[in-house]
Design a binder for this molecule. Structure first.
Ligand SMILES: C[S@@+](CC[C@H](N)C(=O)[O-])C[C@H]1O[C@@H](n2cnc3c(N)ncnc32)[C@H](O)[C@@H]1O
Length: 257
């Protein structure tokens, strides 16, 4: 997938389903963000989560790093519009080779599958851990492997051109395929994300999925149903049994030392 138009990306992430994703993620950011210090939004794209974090914590200084210049240009416009450009800035860079010293940040977030697009996601994760200060948190969100696999069997996926061959390729590579082509987006299981904790001596302080249930415009656009759905998402987003069938798996790690 190519991220070469920030405005188009923002337009594609509008509507009640995306709003719920942003809101649920923000809810957990509010629980774990430090009061002050340095925040890295790695693969932050057009800055949606940097903006939300900066509004939650007025004393945080935030760096929104991304490999795509057009995504960063859109982020820059939004930071100015929100009048937070004095403490939220953009940085061009690669998560797999972060341009920062070790133990530099008080909170590191890498949300909305940014790590999934890195060809060497192991290296990318190692970099996120490297730049995090001891006792600080790393908040990762990635596409759920089983959630995607489940979605590939739906009629909607047929309409989008997902074939059984694509599903087989996905099962083998964990990279989403459509119309015989790789999207370059790697999905993860909770087991893989938990293994990283063991590998890097991190503790897991929170696991949740956002959103929990699939997109269904008819229900999400009905204000009465949508409110009830929202309550259900919050009730079940930390439920292990359903987590893997949701959209974005979120893990918040703490770096012990
Ligand atoms: C789906 S978007 C998510 C953006 C943002 N985190 C959000 O959730 O709104 C994925 C982002 O990852 C960025 N990205 C992909 N590979 C990257 C890399 N190696 N280093 C930095 N950013 C990368 C893309 O340019 C894109 O902006």
């Amino acid at each position: 997938m190519v991220y070469d138009d920030g405005e188009a990306y923002d337009l594609s992430t509008q509507g009640p389903y995306y709003e719920l994703w942003f809101e649920m993620t923000e809810h957990y950011l509010d629980s774990f963000l430090p009061k002050e210090g340095l925040l890295l939004d790695a693969g932050g794209g057009t800055g949606e989560f940097s903006i939300r974090a900066a509004k939650l914590r007025r004393e945080l200084i935030c760096e929104n790093l991304d490999i795509s210049v057009p995504m960063l240009a859109q982020a820059e416009r939004k930071f100015q519009k929100n009048q937070i450009n004095n403490r939220v800035s953009t940085k061009h860079g690669d998560i797999q080779n972060l341009p920062y010293p070790s133990k530099h940040f008080d909170y590191v977030m890498c949300l909305g599958d940014a790590i999934s697009f890195c060809p060497d996601h192991e290296l990318a994760f190692r970099e996120l851990v490297r730049v995090t200060k001891p006792n600080a948190h790393i908040h990762l969100s990635v596409n759920s492997f089983w959630g995607n696999y489940h979605a590939m069997y739906t009629e909607k996926s047929r309409e989008m051109g997902v074939s059984f061959d694509d599903a087989k390729k996905y099962m083998k590579t964990r990279i989403l395929h459509m119309n015989g082509q790789s999207t370059g987006c790697r999905s993860f299981t909770m087991k893989e994300l938990s293994n990283w904790a063991d590998q890097y001596k991190l503790s897991i302080v929170k696991k949740f999925v956002a959103p929990v249930f699939p997109s269904n415009n008819t229900w999400y656009e009905n204000p009465v149903i949508s409110k009830e759905m929202r309550d259900l998402h919050y009730r079940y987003c930390e439920e292990e049994n359903i987590m893997e069938f949701g959209n974005h798996l979120n893990v918040i790690y703490r770096k012990e030392r």
